[in-house]
Design a protein around this ligand. Structure first.
Ligand SMILES: *Cc1c(COP(=O)(O)O)cnc(C)c1O
Length: 240
């Protein structure tokens, strides 16, 4: 196949095909390292996808979605069945926390004490305990959100003092490499950091949210419990 044929073939696949193939790849990666696939959740990263595309996944039995922007979530979430579970995976702005806490069961992108305090305050107002992950900028890239690995321990200690925040683990967006073996050390570092912080704080952090379309199999091999897959399920994202 040449490149044009390959991209036509890619576009012709249905969301259902891609979903089945993603689940197979997840199972294969888990098996390779002796992990139980039931410990690994697929989050469909549904930014820029319309509700009809999400419904195709729901029809196939998938109900867990990740959105990046509050405005988009606010428009989409009410149109879809209430059994869906929504994860906020995009950059978190303080002035949006109030609304995000109302809409999303999970927030993956808390990366400062200021944001922890804001989430706690807004969750308290509506009587909710907000599940969060701390986003870590594992490769120290200027373009990425996330706390530095050195800050994570203190953030966990701080979060543990807040009544309306439940810190459930760590999240990262790894650097992109064509050679997947180059990304592996970053996933390993996040997994090691989780263990280290658990020992230092006595907290249990059950989740590691890491891995996207390009690298989720490696992330699973290194301990991911949540993978966030967008194009691998919905096909190439077209500019809006
Ligand atoms: C878009 C996005 C994803 C999914 O990316 P794909 O490469 O399309 O799988 C995962 N995580 C975050 C934070 C994203 O913004």
């Amino acid at each position: 196949m040449n490149d044009a044929q390959r991209s036509d073939a890619e576009l012709a696949k249905t969301i259902y095909n891609r979903y089945e193939s993603t689940k197979n790849k997840m199972a294969h990666a888990a098996k390779k390292v002796g992990r139980d696939i039931s410990q690994i959740q697929l989050i469909a990263a549904s930014k820029v996808q319309n509700p009809e595309s999400l419904r195709e996944l729901i029809d196939a039995g998938h109900t867990v979605f990740g959105e990046n922007r509050f405005q988009e979530g606010r428009a989409k979430i009410p149109l879809l069945p209430s059994l869906c579970v929504w994860h906020f995976i995009g950059g978190l702005q303080r002035n949006k926390v109030k609304d995000i806490v109302k809409l999303f069961e999970w927030i993956h992108s808390v990366d400062s004490q200021l944001l922890l305090d804001e989430v706690d305050k807004r969750a308290a107002t509506i009587g909710k305990i907000q599940k969060i992950l701390l986003e870590v900028n594992i490769a120290d890239e200027a373009s990425k959100h996330g706390a530095s690995p050195y800050e994570v321990k203190n953030l966990v200690i701080h979060a543990n003092q807040l009544a309306n925040v439940e810190v459930n683990g760590l999240m990262t967006v790894a650097p992109f490499y064509d050679d997947l073996e180059e990304v592996r050390p970053f996933f390993k570092q996040l997994a090691d950091l989780k263990k280290e912080v658990e020992l230092e704080t006595g907290s249990i952090l059950p989740h590691l949210s890491m891995g996207m379309t390009h690298d989720f199999e490696i992330a699973i091999e290194e301990g991911a419990t949540m993978v966030r897959v967008g194009t691998g399920l919905f096909g190439p994202r077209r500019a809006k």
